[in-house]
Design a protein around this ligand. Structure first.
Ligand SMILES: [Zn+2]
Length: 118
């Protein structure tokens, strides 16, 4: 079975059109940890050049994503793994697309519509 694992899923920021070279990074926020785009320009940081990308994901949503991927992978008799490459879905207002699924690793493009519209 797939273990719920922090390194099973690589999140890719989906706010840069066809450019999939921005892996989401775990950050310490004011209240809790969350994932944010490396292009996010914190008001506390030194780098205020360029546009800030506000795409982000809470750990609660990340857990939901892991659960969903696990369920879809082992749907059916639970013996056969389903390859999820190319699967698109929306959970809690966040759009996801599985770019690559190999063994128990996933590369997932994500776009939090609420976060980026702010
Ligand atoms: Zn981004």
């Amino acid at each position: 079975m797939l273990q719920k694992s922090w390194n099973a899923v690589t999140l890719i920021c989906g706010n840069h059109k066809k450019d999939h070279s921005h892996p989401m990074k775990l950050q310490q926020g004011p209240h809790s940890l969350f994932f944010s785009c490396p292009e996010y320009k914190s008001i506390y940081g030194d780098d205020h050049e360029g546009r800030s990308c506000n795409n982000r994901l809470t750990l609660v949503d990340y857990e939901k994503l892991l659960d969903y991927l696990t369920e879809r992978t082992y749907a059916g008799d639970g013996l056969q793994e389903t390859n999820l490459t190319g699967l698109k879905f929306t959970l809690k207002g966040v759009d996801y697309e599985v770019l690559e699924h190999t063994k128990d690793k996933y590369r997932v493009l994500m776009l939090n519509r609420k976060a980026i519209s702010k």
